[in-house]
Structure formats: C-alpha cells, structure tokens
Design a protein around this ligand. Structure first.
Ligand code: SAM
Length: 272
C-alpha cells in the first residue's frame, strides 16, 4: 500500500481511500484497524487470536517463550545468533521482524547496529504494547537504530511489491491462519535477493527422521502425533519437506536450514 498521511491520527490509502488508525503506541495497517470491538470474528484464526490476549502477551517473555525448549529451541541468544548469520546478506538495510511478539528479537536486531531500521510488526495489539514498553525500558526506542511498531496481518502485508530486503519471523508460521498465503505475500514484498528467515516447530517424528537421515519413513506416524492432535485447532507442526515446498511454491529459492530436535530455522531468498 502507498499510504499518505491524514490528520495526526492515521493514514489514508491513496488507492482505496480507506483510513487507518495510528496511536502513540503503533501504526495499525490491518483490515480490522479501527473496528476491533465490532462483531465480526474469524473462526479459523485460533493461533492469531490467542496472542491478542493481554495475559498471554504479559506472560510471553516471563516464562512462556522459555518453555519452547521442550521442542529443542536453543533459546533467544542462540536463535538470535543463528538468525543474524542467515540475515547477513541484508545488513545495511531495513529488517522487518514479522510476528515480533513482545519484541525479543526486534530489540536485539536494533541493538546489533547491523540494520538501518527495524520494523517490529505483529497482529496482536497487546503484544505490540508489551514490545513498546520493553523497548522503552531498555532504551531501544530512541536508540541509534530507528524502530517502528506496526500492527499488520502477515496475510495482507502493507508493503510495496519488491520493497523489502529482509524479513524475520521467529516461532510464528505455525500460528498463522494461512501459511501459504502468508508466504506468497512475503515473496511478493521481498526485493530481488531479499532474505526470509523463520523458525518453527517440527512434527514429533522429526528427531527420529534426523537421526536416520530420512523424514519420509515416519510420515504416516505424523497423522497420529498426540501433540499434533491436541494442538490441532490452533497450530500446525511442520515437516522440513513441507517448508521447503512452501518456499518453492511462492518462488523463493536456496532453502537452507538448521535443525535441533523439533526446532527448525530456515532461510530462503527471492531470486536476483
Ligand atoms: C509464538 S509468537 C512468536 C513471537 C516471537 N517472534 C518469538 O520468536 O518468540 C507468534 C506471534 O505470531 C503473531 N501472529 C499470529 N497470527 C498473525 C497474523 N495473522 N499476522 C501477524 N502476526 C500474527 C502472534 O500475535 C504472536 O505474537
């Protein structure tokens, strides 16, 4: 979207004339901008709605996120280092931290001094509020690297086609309502050579597949994965091959990944 400023409160799309809210806290460029309290609810948005809870946003960095270690997530510092390695080709540009949650990675990306700006984007109003208060607390807001808080839906990104150098999405793709549509949007907005880096949870058989170097043998068991069944309504756990297919299907290439137990971080790029 090319947006032009209107009044102090928001932005107006110069194509559809729709106006969008903006507050002290963040800029809201979602379709629900200004109408959050109305009746329309999307049922299939389980993984999105859960994180709009102020309680979940409060608990997120106070224990919730650390709990991902059960699946082999190595922890924020190590994940940050890994992501920075994958993002190296985009140093010197603006980085979008999509589905930033409470901003645990956005803060570190901004402090690294490797990017000219960081956009901390999420659908959850309460996550953005929580992120803002952490940014203020530790001085990231107003620091050397400009940081923008943006409310955005990954399925409808408010960025121009071919305008983004780098996007990171930590532990989020399993929560998105339509990952394929989201990946297509991400591919649309990436510049030629642009980098996409994401982490997520893999299916329960992933450690076995990794041990013998063949995930495919275990595919039938993934249908009866009890953790998958329990969480079925909200999250999707991934096979590496699915993530690879997803990237290829939206025109991203050079898929590489790091795996540990049920944790995977992967990277793919828009062709030059
Ligand atoms: C598990 S948290 C991950 C937070 C952080 N990136 C991390 O690595 O810990 C998943 C995030 O995805 C966000 N999310 C879910 N659906 C979304 C959507 N449709 N568009 C943008 N963000 C979404 C949630 O609000 C939540 O903050």
């Amino acid at each position: 979207m090319t947006a032009m400023p209107v009044k102090k409160e928001g932005l107006c799309c110069d194509r559809c004339r729709r106006t969008f809210d903006s507050s002290e806290q963040y800029l809201d460029l979602t379709l629900t901008s200004g109408i959050q309290q109305k009746a329309y609810q999307r049922k299939e948005w389980g993984g999105t709605e859960l994180f709009r809870s102020p309680l979940v946003s409060f608990a997120y960095e106070r224990g919730w996120r650390q709990g991902f270690s059960w699946a082999g997530f190595p922890g924020v510092e190590e994940e940050y280092d890994l992501a920075m390695d994958y993002l190296a080709p985009a140093y010197g540009n603006i980085l979008i931290d999509m589905s930033c949650g409470s901003g645990l990675f956005s803060r570190r990306f901004a402090k690294s001094g490797k990017f000219t700006g960081v956009v901390a984007a999420d659908f959850s109003e309460s996550m953005l509020q929580q992120a803002r208060s952490y940014f203020k607390e530790d001085g990231t807001l107003g620091g050397r690297t400009p940081i923008t808080l943006l409310r955005a839906d990954v399925g409808r990104l408010p960025f121009k086609t071919g305008s983004v150098s780098a996007m990171h999405a930590g532990a989020a793709i399993h929560c998105w309502p339509n990952p394929q549509a989201a990946l297509a949007e991400i591919s649309r907005v990436l510049k030629p050579g642009g980098v996409f880096v994401a982490s997520t949870f893999m299916v329960a058989s992933a450690p076995l597949g990794q041990a013998i170097g063949n995930d495919e043998i275990f595919r039938p068991f993934n249908q009866v994965d009890p953790t998958f069944l329990a969480a079925r309504s909200q999250y999707k756990w991934w096979e590496e091959e699915e993530l690879r297919d997803l990237c290829t299907s939206v025109g991203l290439e050079g898929f590489t990944r790091t795996r540990q137990w049920r944790f995977i971080m992967f990277c793919a790029r828009k062709p030059e």
